[in-house]
Ligand binder design. Structure first.
Ligand code: SF4
Ligand code: F3S
Length: 103
């Protein structure tokens, strides 16, 4: 699953769609972690969609990630500042791709 200490173990390499990106990033195979308060490991996400469908405050949006080995879409935590820390996404993700601060 996602490393909960990614923000100290990884390098901040920029932003995409307004959210932080933590490397290493080497497209299309390696896409890093997106987000900080709500963080999604793009190299683990299989586009299950349960996080996006069930988040009570609609934090996530789909983005296309063509040719990534796990899935051709990922969820961007676009509205992570709206997160109410319910932890539903953390608990529901089948591959443990999401970390929310405090989990
Ligand atoms: Fe949404 Fe809850 Fe996950 Fe925050 S912890 S992103 S509110 S499902
Ligand atoms: Fe990806 Fe897990 Fe959501 S696989 S789409 S982060 S439920």
């Amino acid at each position: 699953g996602i490393d909960p200490n990614f923000d100290s173990n990884r390098e901040h390499v920029g932003t995409e769609n307004g959210v932080d990106v933590w490397g290493p990033v080497e497209p299309p195979e390696q896409l890093g972690i997106h987000g900080t308060h709500v963080a999604v490991d793009y190299d683990i996400c299989i586009a299950d969609g349960a996080c996006l469908e069930n988040c009570p405050v609609d934090v996530f949006t789909w983005v296309d990630t063509p040719d990534h080995p796990e899935s051709e879409q990922k969820v961007e935590p676009t509205y992570e500042d709206q997160c109410i820390d319910c932890m539903l996404c953390v608990d529901i993700c089948p591959v443990d791709a999401i970390d929310v601060d405090g989990s």
